[in-house]
Design a protein around this ligand. Structure first.
Ligand SMILES: Cc1cc2nc3c(=O)[nH]c(=O)nc-3n(C[C@H](O)[C@H](O)[C@H](O)COP(=O)(O)OP(=O)(O)OC[C@H]3O[C@@H](n4cnc5c(N)ncnc54)[C@H](O)[C@@H]3O)c2cc1C
Length: 418
């Protein structure tokens, strides 16, 4: 079967790989000149089922109210304009802020994330792909005793769903990652997920695209898709400046742009962009960079060692499709990174970046069928697109092929019950 994937981010590229494994004739179409140049470019690097707790949870509302109007807020809403889709998303987000909904959404995300981690490990073993990966686990650190207690309760829920999470004292945190020694006295504790991983999502995406191309996947670069052409209950092709690209099946993996392409077909995808920032810091000549991936819960920051670089990433700004770098928010990230790892690298030579996470109101991606018989969704991965890319790709490839996916897809589709 001829299958076209729209989008060569980490999600679309992984999907193309698994579609090719299923024996399909695959073409990937992207407006950019190479793979992984948008949100998959310089993210936090964590392959982190341990982050499956959704943004929408009972604790978030008081926090957002406390942060309102603060430019240094880890989560900043700039919803001044009237945008019905944005406000509809906001209402659905609020409806998901109960403990019961958060538990359901955690399980759904964790199901995909744990499966995906296995798929990634298998793919790595089969292909030998290298992307500055580290398999040393992820350590969440907490400074506030109350937050740590809340995290221990959430860890218990995740343990029940099969994720190994270990509560650690400050001394144990430093034993896991000695680069935390400078802040040991500030810590209330940590939670260590030994089976989680980290690595450079962009390196992975370009490496996998090369492997896929060698297997016959065609990549069409610098081809913006202006729309999907509908014929009854099917998609007949992709409209581009150079003509229509036709196939038997289509996978929409266009990140934050997926709703814009779906909307003219009558499909409303509840995805909004949440801008995040990162800096990439050279570590040569510095001895204080961590080698275990770290999550600093208070500042909503993550740190991953990518070979001779330290990646620090975080914060979220709801400000539409605007990708400009806000100097204040970048300075804030620099500041957090420097304080946590004073000798972590040459911060004066840090490379700044901002990307747009495709976020759903329940933090669960949109995977699977649509009302159009040959259009499939693989989008809306929010904060965990790198974590869930391989699993999502393999699941959607199975669906497109008419095979039963290896895990239950209940609650992951477009028309999921809340
Ligand atoms: C600061 C930050 C830190 C993060 N940290 C982590 C982390 O540690 N771990 C983790 O798992 N996730 C993390 N994420 C989230 C992760 O990066 C995203 O979920 C993931 O990159 C989304 O991948 P994607 O392929 O869906 O989207 P993208 O990478 O944005 O790819 C979409 C592709 O579609 C193409 N496209 C869009 N529209 C069109 C069109 N009309 N025509 C042609 N092509 C089109 C784009 O050019 C792009 O290449 C982070 C995100 C940010 C911003």
């Amino acid at each position: 079967m001829k299958v076209v994937v729209i989008g060569a981010g980490v999600v679309g590229t992984a999907c193309a790989w698994y579609l090719a494994q299923e024996g399909h004739e695959v073409t990937v179409v992207d407006r950019r000149e190479a793979a992984g140049l948008e949100t998959s470019f310089a993210n936090g690097g964590q392959v982190s089922p341990c982050h499956a707790e959704p943004w929408a949870n009972p604790a978030v509302i008081p926090k957002v109210l406390k942060w309102l109007g603060r430019e240094d807020a880890p989560l900043l809403f700039r919803w001044r304009r009237w945008d019905p889709a944005l406000w509809a998303w906001g209402l659905r987000f609020l409806a998901n802020c109960t403990a019961a909904r958060a538990a359901v959404n955690t399980e759904r995300t964790l199901r995909v994330a744990l499966y995906s981690r296995l798929c990634l490990q298998q793919l790595r073993a089969e292909t030998g792909i290298q992307y500055d990966q580290k398999t040393k686990g992820i350590l969440h650190i907490y400074r506030d005793g109350g937050e740590f207690a809340h995290a221990c309760a959430a860890a218990e829920l995740m343990r029940r769903h099969g994720l190994k999470r270990l509560a650690q004292s400050p001394v144990e945190c430093v034993a896991i990652e000695p680069a935390l020694a400078a802040v040991a006295s500030e810590l209330a504790g940590g939670i260590f997920t030994p089976d989680d991983e980290s690595g450079d999502a962009h390196k992975f995406t370009t490496g996998l695209a090369a492997l896929a191309a060698a297997k016959g996947v065609a990549f069409r670069w610098s081809v913006p898709v202006s729309g999907l052409v509908r014929d009854g209950d099917r998609v007949a092709g992709l409209a581009t400046e150079t003509g229509t690209i036709a196939a038997d099946a289509y996978v929409l993996a266009a990140g934050c742009d997926s709703p814009l392409l779906a909307r003219p077909l009558g499909l409303r995808l509840p995805i909004v962009p949440a801008k995040g920032y990162s800096i990439t810091v050279p570590v040569a000549g510095h001895s204080g960079a961590p080698s275990v991936s770290i999550t600093d819960d208070e500042h909503k920051m993550v740190y991953s060692r990518l070979g001779d670089r330290l990646r620090a990433a975080g914060t979220a700004e709801m400000t539409g499709h605007d990708r400009t770098l806000n100097p204040r928010r970048l300075a804030m990230i620099q500041d957090h990174a420097r304080r946590l790892f004073p000798d972590g690298g040459d911060f004066d030579r840090a490379e700044p970046w901002a990307g747009l996470r495709p976020v759903t109101p329940d933090s669960v991606p949109l995977l699977g069928a649509t009302p159009l018989a040959n259009l499939w969704l693989n989008t809306g991965h929010g904060t965990l697109g790198w974590t869930m890319a391989c699993g999502s790709g393999r699941l959607v490839a199975a669906l497109v092929s008419g095979r039963r996916p290896e895990i239950d897809l209940g609650g992951l589709g477009l028309h999921r019950k809340r």
